[in-house]
Design a binder for this molecule. Structure first.
Ligand code: PMV
Length: 311
């Protein structure tokens, strides 16, 4: 019996624009995890995946078609890459990552499952192989993913990510404390990414301009994160990034309100994180203020809050 896990992720700057080739900055978020336990099964029982939360059992058959189910697809991709038949094995999945919450739940589940299955087959996948297989599952979830979620979650390091390029890590010049809050509203990233695409195609000059502005802001944010004592300026960039995301129509009244509450309770800045319209938001805070900002967010309706440190 083996258990493999993968963390959630949080995008600090640059979501949506990253789909169009602009940079984005993201970090793993270890407070939330997906876990898969692999247990040998009786001879002839084949490969099954059990969802611990819903008790649903899926049977994995070798197949050439792309199945609708992302878990089955993830398992089949591993079998194909390793040229193996389905083993007699039960994979049990547990995750405390909110689905549709902007935390990269789909990618984390795929990473944990692929790690468990490849290890049980005695052929653990390298980071690079895992990353490219998880990207394929992300395409099933998202349509046209940038690849940022799978990259951060596979390598478990903060990244400065540009689509199609090798991810870069960066230096954190000053310890950063974020309050992360879940709105409790689950939204499909495929839908928000698709809506931004339609707007972009309708008015490339306007929406392309917003996307380039986000890109320029992310480049500035990186140099501030690498500097020291740039908390105020970094917080302001978060506010501006949030406004630009609102101009891309991916915020919501609740996200705008919760970001305002975070700022009013003393955060340096706040923004939605991930696909938007729901999901999560992040606020940059002084460590001392983290408890009161978290309490204010929960009072204003956030479903859950956590602390995230980056140093
Ligand atoms: O909502 P999430 O956690 O899947 O984040 C998606 C980030 C986007 O930039 C909106 C999409 C992408 O593929 O990069």
């Amino acid at each position: 019996m083996y258990t493999y896990s993968a963390p959630a992720k949080v995008i600090l700057f640059g979501e949506h624009a990253v789909v169009y080739g602009e940079p984005a900055i993201a970090a793993p978020f270890a407070a939330l995890q997906a876990q898969v336990t692999a247990t040998p099964a009786p001879h002839g029982s084949g490969l099954s995946i059990i969802g611990a939360a819903n008790g649903v059992t899926l049977h994995v058959l070798p197949a050439n078609d792309t199945p609708d189910n992302a878990l089955i697809y993830a398992a089949q991709l591993v079998l194909k890459a390793l040229d193996k038949a389905p083993p007699d094995l039960t994979l049990e999945l547990r995750s405390n990552i909110p689905i549709g919450g902007g935390f990269g739940s789909g990618a984390a589940v795929s990473v944990a499952l692929m790690r468990a299955l490849s290890a049980a087959l005695g052929m653990p996948l390298s980071g690079e192989a895992l990353n490219s297989l998880v990207y394929k599952v992300e395409q099933l979830h998202h349509g046209t993913p940038s690849g940022i979620d799978n990259t951060v979650i596979v390598y478990e390091q903060p990244v400065y990510f540009v689509r199609g390029k090798a991810p870069e890590t960066f230096r954190v010049g000053m310890p950063l404390t974020f309050v992360v809050a879940d709105t409790g509203v689950s939204v499909s990233t495929r839908e928000t990414v698709g809506d931004v695409r339609r707007l972009y195609e309708r008015d490339q000059a306007h929406y392309g301009g917003i996307i380039s502005e986000i890109g320029a802001l992310v480049r500035r944010a990186r140099s501030m994160i690498e500097a020291s004592d740039a908390y105020e300026a970094l917080g302001e960039l978060m506010d501006v990034n949030h406004d630009l995301l609102r101009a891309l129509t991916v915020s919501s009244a609740q996200l705008d309100h919760l970001c305002a509450v975070a700022r009013e309770s003393g955060a340096y800045g706040a923004k939605l994180s991930g696909g938007g319209r729901g999901g999560c938001l992040i606020a940059l805070v002084e460590p001392d203020l983290a408890p009161s900002v978290s309490a204010a967010l929960r009072k204003a309706g956030a479903a859950q809050t956590w602390l995230m440190r980056l140093e």
